[in-house]
Design a protein around this ligand. Structure first.
Ligand code: GDP
Ligand code: MG
Length: 296
């Protein structure tokens, strides 16, 4: 029957199409300043890009981020091109008065939806619309070991309806293993009590298999990450790490932290789903709210 419908040829057509056009994937990082957002952006690219392509020789100190700024790299694998963009944001909640401090971020997210919508309704529509919509927003939680700040819950609560939120515990190397486990558990409980739906949202699990896979991920979240863009020699191999007086924290070593888990989750196992939830849920919500506003 499959041969009759020709599903395999449809899959082949889809593969060819993505190979030709490529696709966009956009990640945003948000959180208090100094939590290692810009460093993690570099870690992500270094662990993905530089091992394959040359030309990443700079070893500069990361300046303080003062405006929303995006960095893109095209990653090519098996003939398919992915344009990976990370949107870096300035310290969130650094001001004395933090009322409405999520507004610039919310505005940025909505502007990308607006841009996409304009292209979609354009009569001379492009065959492939460049997609700058934020597919996931990594929210950095300070490794205090105590609880979430009010601002953290406030931000996630407000934004979880317009973007996929993925909370992470920043600078996990500053906590012991026990502290990390305890803190992760506490954060999960607090998120649940505040009614914050982070990605992958339970309501969008498609079937039992999906649910059981995602349950495992949800139980492992928020990922406790460490970032670095410096390389060190460990057992004859060059690894990204942080050198301390008592040894090297290897950022891609799953025994040291959960950076590799986060990366694989984002750009391997859940990439397509993040794009779909963005398009089918968050973008649709944006459009629905627009039409509602016009009616009023
Ligand atoms: P941002 O303000 O959130 O963008 O933070 P930066 O990436 O500029 O980092 C602020 C400081 O924290 C720098 O000195 C980094 O070297 C350091 N840092 C970044 N990531 C980590 C980490 O995972 N662990 C530790 N201990 N320090 C980090
Ligand atoms: Mg920064």
């Amino acid at each position: 029957l499959l041969g009759y419908i020709g599903i395999d040829t449809i899959i082949e057509q889809m593969r060819k199409k993505t190979m030709k056009t490529g696709f966009d994937f956009n990640i945003m990082v948000v959180g208090h300043s100094g939590l290692g957002k810009s460093t993690l952006v570099n870690t992500l690219f270094k662990s993905q890009v530089s091992r394959r392509s040359a030309g990443w020789a700079r070893d500069e100190k990361i300046p303080k981020t003062v405006e929303i700024k995006s960095v893109s790299h095209v990653i090519e694998e098996g003939g398919v091109k992915m344009k990976l963009t990370v949107v870096d944001t300035p310290g969130f909640g650094d001001q004395i008065n933090n009322d409405n401090c999520w507004e610039p971020i919310s505005k940025y997210i909505n502007e990308q939806y607006e841009k996409f919508l304009k292209e979609e309704v354009n009569i001379t529509r492009k065959k492939r619309i460049p997609d700058t919509r934020v597919h996931c927003c990594i929210y950095f939680i300070s490794p205090t070991g105590h609880s979430l700040r009010q601002l953290d819950t406030e931000f996630m609560k407000r934004l979880s309806h317009s973007v996929n939120i993925i909370p992470v515990i920043a600078k996990a190397d500053t906590m012991t293993i026990e502290e990390r486990q305890e803190f992760k558990q506490r954060v999960r409980k607090e998120l649940e009590m505040s009614g914050i739906e982070f990605y992958p949202q339970k309501e969008f699990d498609e079937d039992m298999e999906d649910k059981s896979d995602n349950d495992k991920i949800r139980e492992a979240m928020p990922f406790a990450v460490v970032g670095s863009d410096k390389e060190y020699q460990v057992n004859g191999k060059r690894v990204l790490g942080r050198k301390t007086a008592w040894g090297i924290v290897e950022v891609e070593n799953p025994n040291h932290c959960e950076f590799a888990q986060l990366r694989d989750f984002l750009i391997r196992s859940h990439l397509q789903d993040l794009k779909e939830v963005t398009h089918n849920i968050h973008y649709e919500t944006y459009i629905r709210d627009l039409t509602r506003m016009e009616v009023c």
